[in-house]
Design a protein around this ligand. Sequence first.
Ligand SMILES: CC(C)(COP(=O)(O)OP(=O)(O)OC[C@H]1O[C@@H](n2cnc3c(N)ncnc32)[C@H](O)[C@@H]1OP(=O)(O)O)[C@@H](O)C(=O)NCCC(=O)NCCS
Length: 190
Amino acid sequence: MDKPKINFNEININSNNLFLKPLSKENATDLFALYSDEEVQRFTDVAIFKNLGEAQKFIAEYSKTAEKAEFLFLGIFSRATKDFLGTIRLYHIDYKHRFATIGFQLAKDYWGRGQMHESLQAFLKFAFNELDMHRIEAQTFVENERGIKVLERLKFVREGRLRENFLIEDKFEDSYLYSILKTEFLEKEI
Ligand SMILES: CC(C)(COP(=O)(O)OP(=O)(O)OC[C@H]1O[C@@H](n2cnc3c(N)ncnc32)[C@H](O)[C@@H]1OP(=O)(O)O)[C@@H](O)C(=O)NCCC(=O)NCCS
């Protein structure tokens, strides 16, 4: 399959209460706050930002490379308040075999309200319908109970335990591999 004719800089996904769109330089402070929060990043494989400049650079570089459609990175915003809630990314995108991996994080103030569930529902619908993905994968550390709950509530299937496949702060950690197929997502209307 060819790359989609969608500019990753111009995506805007709407759900009932939220919208997902690429970050602009005005969002750098919020992104820095999220990506420097060690509790949020404890179970993710994303580099912790050490200063605001790293967040600004990340946003600027994303906007330059987004049109290649190799990596999708969206902010999650409240429709009512326009507040920044978190991020979702799609990476390891393989257009030939039509699979990709997702990663996601919410600012702690928004945990426990179903915001990631709503965001991922809308995001998966976009990935399956607009990017024509067939399979979406996610990996979560075995101790990440919140991450596991989010995936299982969305009917991701646990495919196995990957032994010591992440080196985090000098310690090798196990993770679970999850996936959901387009047919499963559309059939279950999660
Ligand atoms: C993983 C993470 C996004 C989960 O956030 P979360 O707020 O627990 O997830 P959701 O937004 O889907 O909310 C689900 C919770 O809201 C509750 N909820 C309230 N209203 C809800 C609704 N309408 N729909 C679904 N859940 C709802 C659920 O009961 C659930 O609470 P519980 O965990 O106490 O049962 C968040 O903990 C996080 O950012 N963690 C750090 C980064 C990370 O680990 N990322 C994942 C890597 S795999």
